[in-house]
Design a protein around this ligand. Structure first.
Ligand code: S3P
Length: 439
Protein backbone atom coordinates (compact mmCIF):
# COMPACT_ATOMS: atom_id res chain seq x y z
CA UNK A 1 0.00 0.00 0.00
CA UNK A 2 2.76 2.39 0.98
CA UNK A 3 4.56 3.63 -2.11
CA UNK A 4 7.37 5.84 -0.75
CA UNK A 5 10.17 3.83 0.73
CA UNK A 6 11.05 4.77 4.30
CA UNK A 7 14.28 3.76 6.01
CA UNK A 8 14.89 4.17 9.72
CA UNK A 9 17.92 4.73 11.83
CA UNK A 10 17.63 3.73 15.47
CA UNK A 11 20.35 4.90 17.86
CA UNK A 12 21.36 3.69 21.30
CA UNK A 13 19.38 5.55 23.97
CA UNK A 14 19.10 6.01 27.71
CA UNK A 15 16.28 4.97 30.02
CA UNK A 16 12.74 4.93 28.56
CA UNK A 17 10.08 6.63 30.63
CA UNK A 18 6.44 7.53 30.27
CA UNK A 19 2.86 6.40 29.83
CA UNK A 20 1.17 5.59 26.57
CA UNK A 21 -1.83 4.06 24.85
CA UNK A 22 -0.92 2.04 21.78
CA UNK A 23 -3.40 1.88 18.87
CA UNK A 24 -6.40 -0.43 18.68
CA UNK A 25 -6.24 -4.16 18.08
CA UNK A 26 -5.86 -5.07 14.42
CA UNK A 27 -7.63 -8.43 14.56
CA UNK A 28 -10.65 -6.99 16.37
CA UNK A 29 -10.81 -3.89 14.13
CA UNK A 30 -11.02 -6.01 10.95
CA UNK A 31 -13.77 -8.18 12.39
CA UNK A 32 -15.73 -5.22 13.79
CA UNK A 33 -15.97 -3.62 10.35
CA UNK A 34 -17.00 -6.89 8.71
CA UNK A 35 -19.73 -7.83 11.16
CA UNK A 36 -21.04 -4.28 11.52
CA UNK A 37 -21.30 -4.07 7.71
CA UNK A 38 -23.36 -7.29 7.56
CA UNK A 39 -25.53 -6.43 10.54
CA UNK A 40 -28.98 -4.87 10.50
CA UNK A 41 -28.76 -1.39 11.98
CA UNK A 42 -26.05 1.06 12.88
CA UNK A 43 -22.97 0.09 14.88
CA UNK A 44 -20.36 2.35 16.40
CA UNK A 45 -16.76 1.19 16.67
CA UNK A 46 -14.44 3.02 19.09
CA UNK A 47 -10.72 2.37 19.36
CA UNK A 48 -10.63 1.34 15.68
CA UNK A 49 -7.09 0.89 14.39
CA UNK A 50 -6.33 3.66 11.89
CA UNK A 51 -3.83 1.39 10.14
CA UNK A 52 -3.56 0.72 6.43
CA UNK A 53 -4.69 -2.90 6.84
CA UNK A 54 -7.90 -2.12 8.67
CA UNK A 55 -8.66 0.93 6.54
CA UNK A 56 -8.32 -1.30 3.48
CA UNK A 57 -11.00 -3.57 4.93
CA UNK A 58 -13.29 -0.60 5.61
CA UNK A 59 -12.72 0.70 2.05
CA UNK A 60 -13.67 -2.72 0.63
CA UNK A 61 -17.06 -2.59 2.36
CA UNK A 62 -17.57 0.99 1.23
CA UNK A 63 -17.03 -0.26 -2.35
CA UNK A 64 -19.76 -2.81 -1.76
CA UNK A 65 -22.25 -0.13 -0.74
CA UNK A 66 -21.80 0.12 3.03
CA UNK A 67 -21.89 3.67 4.37
CA UNK A 68 -19.13 4.14 6.94
CA UNK A 69 -18.69 7.47 8.73
CA UNK A 70 -15.61 8.62 10.62
CA UNK A 71 -16.95 10.92 13.37
CA UNK A 72 -13.44 11.23 14.78
CA UNK A 73 -10.10 9.47 14.44
CA UNK A 74 -10.30 5.86 15.66
CA UNK A 75 -14.10 5.80 15.53
CA UNK A 76 -16.42 4.53 12.83
CA UNK A 77 -20.16 4.51 12.45
CA UNK A 78 -21.14 1.65 10.19
CA UNK A 79 -24.58 1.57 8.59
CA UNK A 80 -25.04 -2.16 8.24
CA UNK A 81 -26.79 -3.51 5.15
CA UNK A 82 -27.74 -6.94 6.48
CA UNK A 83 -26.35 -10.32 5.48
CA UNK A 84 -27.64 -10.04 1.89
CA UNK A 85 -27.36 -6.28 1.37
CA UNK A 86 -23.87 -5.90 -0.14
CA UNK A 87 -23.63 -4.71 -3.77
CA UNK A 88 -21.25 -5.98 -6.44
CA UNK A 89 -18.12 -3.79 -6.39
CA UNK A 90 -17.09 -2.04 -9.60
CA UNK A 91 -13.45 -3.15 -9.35
CA UNK A 92 -11.09 -5.64 -7.73
CA UNK A 93 -10.92 -5.39 -3.94
CA UNK A 94 -7.49 -4.51 -2.58
CA UNK A 95 -6.63 -5.93 0.85
CA UNK A 96 -3.24 -4.20 0.91
CA UNK A 97 -0.84 -6.06 3.19
CA UNK A 98 -3.54 -7.80 5.22
CA UNK A 99 -3.65 -11.58 5.38
CA UNK A 100 -6.50 -11.31 7.87
CA UNK A 101 -8.47 -9.09 5.52
CA UNK A 102 -8.03 -11.40 2.54
CA UNK A 103 -8.64 -14.71 4.30
CA UNK A 104 -11.71 -13.60 6.25
CA UNK A 105 -13.16 -11.86 3.21
CA UNK A 106 -12.67 -14.99 1.11
CA UNK A 107 -15.08 -16.79 3.44
CA UNK A 108 -17.55 -13.95 3.65
CA UNK A 109 -17.59 -13.21 -0.09
CA UNK A 110 -17.99 -16.89 -1.02
CA UNK A 111 -21.56 -16.53 0.20
CA UNK A 112 -22.52 -13.49 -1.90
CA UNK A 113 -24.69 -13.44 -5.01
CA UNK A 114 -22.02 -11.58 -7.06
CA UNK A 115 -18.45 -12.21 -8.21
CA UNK A 116 -15.47 -10.52 -6.55
CA UNK A 117 -11.70 -10.51 -6.90
CA UNK A 118 -9.42 -10.05 -3.89
CA UNK A 119 -5.90 -8.80 -4.43
CA UNK A 120 -3.15 -7.30 -2.30
CA UNK A 121 0.37 -5.93 -2.20
CA UNK A 122 3.52 -7.79 -3.24
CA UNK A 123 3.87 -9.43 0.19
CA UNK A 124 0.25 -10.58 0.36
CA UNK A 125 0.43 -11.96 -3.18
CA UNK A 126 3.07 -14.42 -1.95
CA UNK A 127 1.05 -15.75 0.97
CA UNK A 128 -0.63 -19.18 0.89
CA UNK A 129 -4.38 -19.13 0.34
CA UNK A 130 -5.09 -22.85 -0.18
CA UNK A 131 -5.56 -23.12 3.54
CA UNK A 132 -8.80 -21.17 3.06
CA UNK A 133 -9.77 -22.01 -0.52
CA UNK A 134 -9.73 -25.78 0.12
CA UNK A 135 -12.16 -25.88 3.06
CA UNK A 136 -14.30 -23.20 1.39
CA UNK A 137 -14.45 -25.34 -1.77
CA UNK A 138 -15.58 -28.25 0.39
CA UNK A 139 -18.45 -25.98 1.51
CA UNK A 140 -19.40 -25.40 -2.14
CA UNK A 141 -17.50 -22.14 -2.79
CA UNK A 142 -15.94 -21.54 -6.20
CA UNK A 143 -12.66 -19.69 -5.86
CA UNK A 144 -9.84 -19.56 -8.41
CA UNK A 145 -6.33 -18.63 -7.34
CA UNK A 146 -3.03 -18.20 -9.14
CA UNK A 147 -0.71 -21.22 -9.46
CA UNK A 148 0.44 -22.36 -6.02
CA UNK A 149 -2.84 -21.18 -4.49
CA UNK A 150 -1.68 -17.57 -4.43
CA UNK A 151 -3.71 -14.36 -4.72
CA UNK A 152 -5.49 -12.76 -6.47
CA UNK A 153 -8.53 -14.81 -5.53
CA UNK A 154 -11.44 -14.80 -7.96
CA UNK A 155 -14.57 -15.67 -6.02
CA UNK A 156 -17.67 -16.65 -7.93
CA UNK A 157 -20.98 -15.52 -6.51
CA UNK A 158 -24.24 -17.42 -6.40
CA UNK A 159 -22.75 -20.60 -4.93
CA UNK A 160 -24.93 -22.59 -2.61
CA UNK A 161 -22.84 -23.17 0.50
CA UNK A 162 -23.30 -26.05 2.90
CA UNK A 163 -22.02 -26.40 6.45
CA UNK A 164 -18.86 -28.36 7.10
CA UNK A 165 -17.20 -30.12 10.01
CA UNK A 166 -13.58 -29.20 9.60
CA UNK A 167 -10.45 -30.05 11.53
CA UNK A 168 -7.81 -27.40 10.89
CA UNK A 169 -4.44 -28.84 9.86
CA UNK A 170 -2.65 -25.73 11.23
CA UNK A 171 -3.66 -23.57 14.18
CA UNK A 172 -4.91 -20.48 12.35
CA UNK A 173 -7.51 -18.01 13.51
CA UNK A 174 -7.73 -16.62 10.00
CA UNK A 175 -8.68 -19.98 8.50
CA UNK A 176 -11.11 -20.75 11.33
CA UNK A 177 -12.71 -17.33 10.85
CA UNK A 178 -12.99 -17.66 7.06
CA UNK A 179 -14.90 -20.92 7.50
CA UNK A 180 -17.17 -19.50 10.22
CA UNK A 181 -17.98 -16.44 8.09
CA UNK A 182 -18.84 -18.66 5.12
CA UNK A 183 -20.93 -20.66 7.59
CA UNK A 184 -23.22 -17.64 8.07
CA UNK A 185 -24.37 -18.19 4.48
CA UNK A 186 -24.40 -22.00 4.56
CA UNK A 187 -27.24 -24.45 4.91
CA UNK A 188 -26.79 -26.54 8.08
CA UNK A 189 -24.21 -26.22 10.81
CA UNK A 190 -20.53 -25.34 10.43
CA UNK A 191 -18.04 -26.68 12.96
CA UNK A 192 -14.32 -25.99 13.17
CA UNK A 193 -11.83 -27.79 15.41
CA UNK A 194 -8.25 -26.62 15.94
CA UNK A 195 -5.06 -28.47 16.89
CA UNK A 196 -4.36 -25.67 19.40
CA UNK A 197 -6.85 -22.97 20.40
CA UNK A 198 -6.37 -19.69 18.52
CA UNK A 199 -7.72 -16.19 19.09
CA UNK A 200 -11.51 -16.35 19.39
CA UNK A 201 -12.47 -12.81 18.36
CA UNK A 202 -14.69 -13.94 15.49
CA UNK A 203 -16.63 -16.23 17.79
CA UNK A 204 -17.03 -13.61 20.53
CA UNK A 205 -18.01 -10.93 18.09
CA UNK A 206 -20.55 -13.12 16.29
CA UNK A 207 -22.15 -13.75 19.67
CA UNK A 208 -22.12 -10.00 20.44
CA UNK A 209 -23.85 -9.34 17.09
CA UNK A 210 -26.55 -11.84 18.07
CA UNK A 211 -25.61 -14.94 16.06
CA UNK A 212 -26.19 -18.20 17.95
CA UNK A 213 -22.71 -19.74 18.21
CA UNK A 214 -21.25 -22.28 20.61
CA UNK A 215 -17.57 -22.11 21.27
CA UNK A 216 -14.90 -23.22 23.66
CA UNK A 217 -11.11 -23.22 23.30
CA UNK A 218 -10.29 -25.31 20.21
CA UNK A 219 -13.84 -25.65 18.86
CA UNK A 220 -16.60 -23.48 17.39
CA UNK A 221 -19.95 -24.36 15.88
CA UNK A 222 -22.67 -22.22 14.35
CA UNK A 223 -25.87 -22.76 12.37
CA UNK A 224 -26.61 -20.95 9.11
CA UNK A 225 -29.74 -18.90 8.47
CA UNK A 226 -29.73 -16.27 11.21
CA UNK A 227 -29.16 -12.50 11.22
CA UNK A 228 -26.62 -10.15 12.70
CA UNK A 229 -27.92 -7.24 14.77
CA UNK A 230 -25.96 -4.00 15.10
CA UNK A 231 -24.04 -3.44 18.29
CA UNK A 232 -21.30 -1.11 19.49
CA UNK A 233 -17.71 -2.34 19.72
CA UNK A 234 -14.92 -0.97 21.91
CA UNK A 235 -11.55 -2.14 20.59
CA UNK A 236 -8.80 -2.57 23.19
CA UNK A 237 -5.19 -1.51 22.60
CA UNK A 238 -3.30 -4.11 20.57
CA UNK A 239 -1.08 -6.38 22.67
CA UNK A 240 1.07 -7.01 19.61
CA UNK A 241 1.83 -3.28 19.38
CA UNK A 242 2.43 -3.01 23.13
CA UNK A 243 4.94 -5.88 22.79
CA UNK A 244 7.62 -3.65 21.23
CA UNK A 245 7.53 -1.33 24.24
CA UNK A 246 7.40 -4.18 26.75
CA UNK A 247 10.66 -5.51 25.33
CA UNK A 248 12.24 -2.07 24.82
CA UNK A 249 11.74 -1.06 28.47
CA UNK A 250 12.87 -4.49 29.64
CA UNK A 251 16.14 -4.17 27.73
CA UNK A 252 17.17 -0.57 28.46
CA UNK A 253 18.56 -0.08 32.00
CA UNK A 254 16.63 2.35 34.20
CA UNK A 255 13.46 2.19 32.12
CA UNK A 256 9.87 2.25 33.34
CA UNK A 257 6.87 2.44 31.01
CA UNK A 258 3.16 2.25 31.67
CA UNK A 259 1.04 0.95 28.79
CA UNK A 260 -2.61 1.71 29.35
CA UNK A 261 -5.63 -0.53 28.67
CA UNK A 262 -3.85 -3.26 26.75
CA UNK A 263 -5.97 -6.18 25.51
CA UNK A 264 -4.96 -9.36 27.35
CA UNK A 265 -6.91 -12.08 25.57
CA UNK A 266 -5.08 -15.25 26.68
CA UNK A 267 -4.71 -16.39 23.06
CA UNK A 268 -2.54 -13.33 22.44
CA UNK A 269 -0.33 -12.99 25.49
CA UNK A 270 2.13 -15.85 25.13
CA UNK A 271 4.94 -13.29 24.94
CA UNK A 272 4.13 -12.08 28.46
CA UNK A 273 4.66 -15.58 29.76
CA UNK A 274 7.83 -16.09 27.73
CA UNK A 275 9.31 -12.78 28.88
CA UNK A 276 8.49 -13.56 32.50
CA UNK A 277 10.21 -16.93 32.15
CA UNK A 278 13.23 -14.99 30.88
CA UNK A 279 13.17 -12.75 33.98
CA UNK A 280 11.16 -9.71 32.83
CA UNK A 281 9.42 -7.44 35.35
CA UNK A 282 5.97 -6.73 33.90
CA UNK A 283 3.05 -6.03 36.24
CA UNK A 284 -0.66 -5.84 35.50
CA UNK A 285 -2.68 -3.10 37.17
CA UNK A 286 -6.38 -2.37 37.24
CA UNK A 287 -7.40 -5.50 35.31
CA UNK A 288 -10.92 -4.92 33.97
CA UNK A 289 -13.32 -5.75 31.14
CA UNK A 290 -13.66 -3.48 28.16
CA UNK A 291 -15.97 -4.39 25.31
CA UNK A 292 -16.01 -8.03 26.45
CA UNK A 293 -12.21 -8.34 26.50
CA UNK A 294 -9.89 -8.40 29.51
CA UNK A 295 -7.63 -5.35 29.57
CA UNK A 296 -5.10 -4.06 32.10
CA UNK A 297 -2.45 -1.36 32.42
CA UNK A 298 0.98 -2.96 32.00
CA UNK A 299 3.90 -1.55 33.96
CA UNK A 300 7.28 -2.69 32.71
CA UNK A 301 10.68 -2.03 34.26
CA UNK A 302 14.14 -2.92 33.11
CA UNK A 303 15.29 -6.43 34.00
CA UNK A 304 18.18 -8.63 32.94
CA UNK A 305 17.00 -11.54 30.78
CA UNK A 306 18.20 -15.11 30.47
CA UNK A 307 17.68 -17.40 27.49
CA UNK A 308 14.92 -20.02 27.63
CA UNK A 309 13.48 -22.83 25.62
CA UNK A 310 10.17 -21.28 24.51
CA UNK A 311 7.45 -23.77 25.54
CA UNK A 312 6.04 -25.08 22.28
CA UNK A 313 2.47 -24.79 23.55
CA UNK A 314 2.97 -21.02 23.85
CA UNK A 315 3.80 -20.63 20.16
CA UNK A 316 0.27 -20.01 18.78
CA UNK A 317 -0.40 -17.54 21.61
CA UNK A 318 2.60 -15.41 20.62
CA UNK A 319 2.68 -16.05 16.89
CA UNK A 320 3.03 -12.36 15.94
CA UNK A 321 5.57 -11.63 18.69
CA UNK A 322 8.51 -13.74 17.54
CA UNK A 323 10.37 -10.89 15.81
CA UNK A 324 10.48 -8.92 19.06
CA UNK A 325 11.16 -12.05 21.13
CA UNK A 326 14.21 -12.64 18.91
CA UNK A 327 15.49 -9.18 19.87
CA UNK A 328 14.96 -9.93 23.58
CA UNK A 329 16.79 -13.23 23.06
CA UNK A 330 19.68 -11.46 21.30
CA UNK A 331 20.36 -9.47 24.47
CA UNK A 332 19.56 -12.23 26.99
CA UNK A 333 22.26 -14.21 28.70
CA UNK A 334 22.53 -17.65 27.10
CA UNK A 335 20.61 -19.30 24.30
CA UNK A 336 16.92 -19.02 23.52
CA UNK A 337 15.47 -21.94 21.61
CA UNK A 338 12.35 -21.61 19.44
CA UNK A 339 10.74 -24.67 17.83
CA UNK A 340 7.31 -25.49 16.39
CA UNK A 341 7.10 -22.10 14.70
CA UNK A 342 7.22 -22.99 10.97
CA UNK A 343 4.20 -20.71 10.43
CA UNK A 344 6.60 -17.78 10.81
CA UNK A 345 7.88 -18.57 7.33
CA UNK A 346 4.55 -17.57 5.74
CA UNK A 347 3.81 -14.32 7.56
CA UNK A 348 4.31 -10.84 6.04
CA UNK A 349 7.87 -12.07 5.41
CA UNK A 350 9.72 -15.30 6.22
CA UNK A 351 10.22 -14.11 9.78
CA UNK A 352 12.64 -16.87 10.75
CA UNK A 353 14.98 -16.11 7.85
CA UNK A 354 14.64 -12.33 7.99
CA UNK A 355 15.19 -12.10 11.77
CA UNK A 356 18.13 -14.50 11.62
CA UNK A 357 19.76 -12.47 8.83
CA UNK A 358 19.15 -9.18 10.62
CA UNK A 359 20.49 -10.37 13.98
CA UNK A 360 23.56 -11.87 12.30
CA UNK A 361 24.20 -8.49 10.63
CA UNK A 362 24.34 -7.09 14.18
CA UNK A 363 26.86 -9.74 15.26
CA UNK A 364 24.45 -12.12 17.04
CA UNK A 365 24.84 -15.85 16.38
CA UNK A 366 21.62 -17.51 15.23
CA UNK A 367 21.18 -21.14 14.15
CA UNK A 368 18.09 -21.38 11.99
CA UNK A 369 16.08 -24.62 11.74
CA UNK A 370 13.06 -25.38 9.53
CA UNK A 371 10.65 -24.53 12.36
CA UNK A 372 12.60 -22.24 14.63
CA UNK A 373 16.00 -20.98 15.70
CA UNK A 374 18.55 -20.96 18.48
CA UNK A 375 19.48 -17.38 19.29
CA UNK A 376 22.72 -17.02 21.22
CA UNK A 377 22.46 -13.90 23.34
CA UNK A 378 25.29 -11.38 23.23
CA UNK A 379 25.99 -7.71 22.64
CA UNK A 380 24.49 -6.45 19.35
CA UNK A 381 26.70 -4.17 17.26
CA UNK A 382 25.42 -1.43 15.03
CA UNK A 383 24.78 -2.30 11.41
CA UNK A 384 22.37 -2.37 8.50
CA UNK A 385 19.34 -4.68 8.37
CA UNK A 386 16.46 -5.14 5.95
CA UNK A 387 12.89 -5.47 7.21
CA UNK A 388 11.73 -6.83 3.82
CA UNK A 389 8.69 -4.60 4.13
CA UNK A 390 7.53 -6.43 7.26
CA UNK A 391 6.12 -4.02 9.85
CA UNK A 392 6.89 -6.15 12.87
CA UNK A 393 10.48 -6.78 11.76
CA UNK A 394 11.03 -3.03 11.28
CA UNK A 395 9.73 -2.19 14.78
CA UNK A 396 11.72 -5.05 16.31
CA UNK A 397 14.99 -3.73 14.90
CA UNK A 398 14.08 -0.22 16.06
CA UNK A 399 14.10 -1.74 19.56
CA UNK A 400 17.41 -3.51 18.85
CA UNK A 401 18.93 -0.13 17.95
CA UNK A 402 18.28 1.12 21.50
CA UNK A 403 20.69 -1.40 22.99
CA UNK A 404 23.14 -1.93 20.14
CA UNK A 405 26.66 -0.56 20.43
CA UNK A 406 26.05 1.71 17.44
CA UNK A 407 23.21 2.88 15.25
CA UNK A 408 21.06 0.29 13.46
CA UNK A 409 19.89 1.23 9.95
CA UNK A 410 16.65 -0.45 8.97
CA UNK A 411 15.55 -0.59 5.35
CA UNK A 412 11.97 -0.64 4.08
CA UNK A 413 9.88 0.47 7.07
CA UNK A 414 6.87 2.14 5.40
CA UNK A 415 4.63 -0.84 6.18
CA UNK A 416 4.75 -0.05 9.88
CA UNK A 417 1.71 2.08 8.96
CA UNK A 418 -0.24 -1.13 8.29
CA UNK A 419 -0.49 -1.95 12.00
CA UNK A 420 1.06 0.85 14.04
CA UNK A 421 0.54 4.34 12.67
CA UNK A 422 2.45 6.81 14.84
CA UNK A 423 4.98 4.28 16.13
CA UNK A 424 7.90 6.59 15.50
CA UNK A 425 6.38 9.53 17.43
CA UNK A 426 5.30 7.35 20.35
CA UNK A 427 8.71 5.69 20.49
CA UNK A 428 10.58 8.98 20.45
CA UNK A 429 8.24 10.45 23.09
CA UNK A 430 9.37 7.80 25.60
CA UNK A 431 13.07 8.03 24.78
CA UNK A 432 13.88 6.19 21.54
CA UNK A 433 16.24 7.96 19.13
CA UNK A 434 14.54 6.94 15.92
CA UNK A 435 14.81 8.93 12.68
CA UNK A 436 13.38 8.22 9.28
CA UNK A 437 14.29 9.21 5.79
CA UNK A 438 12.11 8.84 2.70
CA UNK A 439 14.03 7.39 -0.23
C1 S3P B 1 -4.79 -13.18 12.88
C2 S3P B 1 -4.36 -14.48 13.01
C3 S3P B 1 -2.94 -14.87 12.93
C4 S3P B 1 -2.02 -13.68 13.14
C5 S3P B 1 -2.46 -12.49 12.33
C6 S3P B 1 -3.85 -12.06 12.72
C7 S3P B 1 -6.24 -12.90 12.94
O1 S3P B 1 -2.67 -15.41 11.65
O2 S3P B 1 -0.70 -14.03 12.79
O3 S3P B 1 -1.57 -11.40 12.55
O4 S3P B 1 -6.62 -11.73 13.08
O5 S3P B 1 -7.02 -13.86 12.86
P1 S3P B 1 -2.90 -17.00 11.32
O6 S3P B 1 -4.34 -17.27 11.32
O7 S3P B 1 -2.28 -17.16 9.95
O8 S3P B 1 -2.14 -17.73 12.38
Amino acid sequence: MSTARIDWISRPAGALQGEMIVPGDKSISHRAIMLAALAEGTSRIDGFLEGEDTRATAAIFARMGVRIETPSASSRIVHGVGLHGLHAPDDVLDCGNAGTGMRLLAGLLAGQAFDTTLTGDESLKKRPMRRVTEPLAAMGARIDAEPGGLPPLRIRGGSKLRGIDYELPVASAQVKSAILLAGLYAGGATEVREPHPTRDYTERMLAAFGWPIEFEPGRARLPGGHRLRATDVVVPADFSSAAFFLVAATLVPGSRLLLRAVGLNPRRTGLLQALRLMGADIREHDAREQGGERVADLEVRHAALRGIEVPVELVPDMIDEFPILFVAAAVAQGTTRVRGAAELRVKESDRLAVMAAGLRALGIAVDETPDGADIHGGAPQGGAVDSHGDHRIAMSFAVAGLVARDAVRIADCANVATSFPGFEALANACGFRLDSGVA
